[in-house]
Design a protein around this ligand. Structure first.
Ligand SMILES: Cc1ncc(COP(=O)(O)O)c(C=O)c1O
Length: 395
């Protein structure tokens, strides 16, 4: 018999997975072109040409040692390239020693939590949230404390946060641009959070770390400012990946940056590197470390994502749905016209429309629409979205 805990978790359905399976059924019945699947965060574009070229060049060259084990933190030259870029951006004394190459943002979050948490330590998660956070926290004996975002803006609710930080709070996970809302946290609110955290650290004589999960940091629209978290917080680990910015989610490549200003910085870095080893990642994929080091200036076409956002956002609004305009990432998070979001997304399948209910992000009454899909699917879905809106008397 498998572990009781895993058995229980297997029973907690992943909504994204469940909707994917529903989509498979519909695709078989009606043909893939007639199903409008807005569920997955799996980028539609191919990686940029620069990435493919770097991959070809590296594979066909004879760089010695490229396929071997290395320092658990990753290749020195790769970490050096990332550090130089970050130093330029932040003007902080960041060196390769602050960088740990990881198996995507997921790997980065897990090594950070492993390094930080003792059993029972609390980690604050802002709802709506990326559902995997709860499992990652549990992986390392932590306890998630859910704090809702401000319901009108999806910005941080500082009053709610103030009430939720306790003696046992070890970390706060931030995700901006946000999955699922697309919101970017404003500089003002982040500075207010910094003050709040520092006050609480003084009150409880504790360290509270910000874990800034930033896989969407390159997907920002309309010149909205994305505040650099390393310039705001001191006790911070930034976790980034190339899954979305270079459309490489299957390659499992990312990195963690431990701020040079963090308390116990050297110990913290050693802890993350050790966690990378003992969690069995050992090191981030060697080949793709080298590829991304040559592609740090490349990124997927953000304008195409913006165009898709505009089409869908405008269309959902025209059809009478209430929605905040996303500033980044590739998701829309409209309100469901009835309070039962699960019933709503089930009713959408009648028109071969697949969405994820807000319940899957700890935030019922909303649904997530992912637009990292083809333009054809978006355009062809319009009639179905209209029919759905008519069913709920929104039009
Ligand atoms: C908010 C958020 N964090 C982390 C991840 C994991 O990303 P990665 O593929 O880099 O592990 C995702 C993936 O969708 C995400 O949306």
């Amino acid at each position: 018999m498998i572990s009781k805990k895993i058995h229980t978790n297997l029973g907690k359905s992943s909504w994204i997975r469940a909707m994917f399976e529903e989509g498979e059924k519909l695709r078989q019945k009606y043909g893939a072109e007639n199903v409008f699947d807005f569920t997955l965060g799996n980028p539609d574009p191919e990686p940029p040409i620069a990435v493919k070229k770097a991959l070809k060049d590296i594979v066909s060259s004879d760089i010695p040692g490229i396929h071997k084990y290395m320092n658990n933190a990753g290749f020195d030259d790769v970490r050096d390239s990332i550090a130089k870029k970050l130093k330029e951006e932040t003007r902080l004394p960041i060196s390769k020693d602050n960088i740990i190459m990881t198996c995507g943002a997921a790997g980065g979050l897990n090594i950070a939590l492993k390094a930080l948490l003792d059993p029972g330590d609390e980690v604050i998660v802002i709802a709506p949230y990326f559902a995997e956070y709860l499992f990652y926290i549990d992986n390392h004996g932590g306890v998630p404390i859910i704090v809702n975002a401000d319901p009108t803006t999806f910005q941080l609710d500082l009053n709610a946060l103030e009430k939720s930080i306790t003696q046992n709070t070890k970390a706060i996970i931030l995700n901006s641009p946000n999955n699922p809302t697309g919101v970017i946290y404003s500089k003002e609110i982040l500075y207010e959070l910094k003050e709040l955290i520092e006050n609480k650290e003084r009150e409880f004589k504790s360290d509270i770390y910000v874990l800034s999960d930033e896989p969407y940091s390159k997907l920002v629209y309309d010149n909205v400012e994305l505040p650099n978290m390393l310039n705001i917080f001191e006790n911070i680990i930034v976790i980034n990946s190339f899954s979305k910015s270079l459309a490489l989610p299957g390659e499992r490549i990312g990195y963690a940056v431990v701020s040079p200003m963090a308390d116990d910085v050297d110990l913290l870095i050693d802890g993350l590197i050790f966690a990378n080893r003992i969690l069995g990642y050992v090191n981030a994929p060697a080949l793709f470390q080298k590829v991304i080091a040559r592609s740090l200036d490349a990124q997927v076409d953000v304008d195409t994502y913006r165009e898709k956002r505009d089409i869908l956002y405008n269309y959902f609004c025209e059809c009478g749905f209430e929605c905040i305009k996303p500033q980044g990432a590739f998701y829309l998070f409209p309100k469901t016209p009835i309070s039962d979001d699960v019933a709503f997304i089930n009713s959408a399948t009648k028109y071969n429309l697949l969405f994820v209910p807000g319940t899957g992000f700890g935030y019922p009454g909303y649904f997530r629409v992912s637009y990292c899909i083809s333009m054809d699917t978006i355009v062809n879905a319009k009639e179905s979205i209209k029919s759905l809106a008519q069913d709920y008397d929104l039009l």
